[in-house]
Ligand binder design. Structure first.
Ligand code: LIP
Length: 268
């Protein structure tokens, strides 16, 4: 995709993220319609409504770009380009009125060399937007450029020592992820300054990109939670390691300022 088109795509994604964010802000404290739930996960009617709004905002100006979202797909599977959307990342937080949730939108392109592509189905991320409507914080990045927070260039932290690091961990939704992450957590908590578990992967990634966290680790996370935030970490000078695991668009990952990478490993 030409750079001018990538720029136009980013501007559209920012508008769509702000529009969905407005709905989230207006509904934070209201009672929400739960469409389904399990012990560790909740799906809201608002998740679907926000994804529909984002889909319409993106597919009108870019009819040939498909969309893969947490709440469903649109357009041609296998298209040359696709949007990867998490309309409300941190849905459980949002359901409980906890103002730590965001909109995540990535633009991906099918890589010429699928093997070297960043994700198991041969796509790589060209542009990313993460919007926190409660703090009015907008992160953006285009591959090859700088990462920005509300327009200002950001960088990952320079902390090299694990005992000075703040590391964020996510416990995904499955029993398997809990089973493998708990022993890892028990070991790591003694080696770092603090562990933070905030419940929104895309914000954990942008906090690494902004130097607020020094690393973020999760096993069993989905493509739509990490596609945009992962690029923003890379464009802020960090490292975004991921490996696909069994499950729909499922990964285990570690994002860091790259200086702590060796000291940290990912739950198997
Ligand atoms: C959430 C992630 C979080 C993870 C949760 C869930 P959702 O995404 O942001 O990191 O621990 O299990 O996957 O479901 O709110 O979009």
């Amino acid at each position: 995709m030409k750079p001018s088109e990538q720029r136009r795509a980013l501007d559209c994604a920012v508008k769509a993220a702000r529009a969905a964010g407005k709905i989230m802000r207006a509904n934070l404290s209201s009672s929400k319609t739960v469409s389904s739930s399990t012990q560790h996960d909740i799906k809201l009617e608002l998740d679907v409504r926000c994804q529909k709004l984002i889909e319409n905002s993106l597919r009108t100006p870019f009819p040939d770009v498909a969309l893969l979202g947490e709440e469903g797909v649109a357009g041609e599977a296998g298209a040359a380009q696709r949007w990867v959307v998490d309309p409300i990342d941190g849905t459980v937080n949002f359901t409980y009125g906890i103002p730590h949730a965001c909109v995540s939108i990535a633009l991906q392109e099918r890589s010429a060399d699928p093997k070297s592509a960043g994700f198991k189905d041969g796509y790589e991320t060209l542009a990313g937007v993460v919007y926190d409507p409660f703090c009015d914080e907008l992160w953006t990045a285009i591959r090859g450029g700088s990462a920005r927070l509300n327009g200002k260039v950001i960088h990952v932290s320079k902390r090299k020592k694990l005992d000075e690091a703040i590391v964020s961990i996510g416990f995904a939704k499955s029993y398997e992820s809990l089973r493998s992450t708990l022993p890892y957590f028990n070991k790591l908590v003694h080696r770092v300054r603090k562990i933070r578990m905030m419940g929104a992967a895309a914000l954990a990634l942008t906090y690494v990109a902004t130097g607020r966290f020094d690393a973020y680790i999760e096993r069993g996370i989905r493509l739509w939670d990490i596609a945009a935030g992962g690029l923003i970490v890379e464009c802020a000078g960090g490292e975004f390691w991921r490996e696909s695991i069994p499950g729909e668009h499922a990964y285990r990952m570690i994002a860091s300022n790259s200086l702590l990478r060796r000291a940290l490993r990912v739950p198997v």
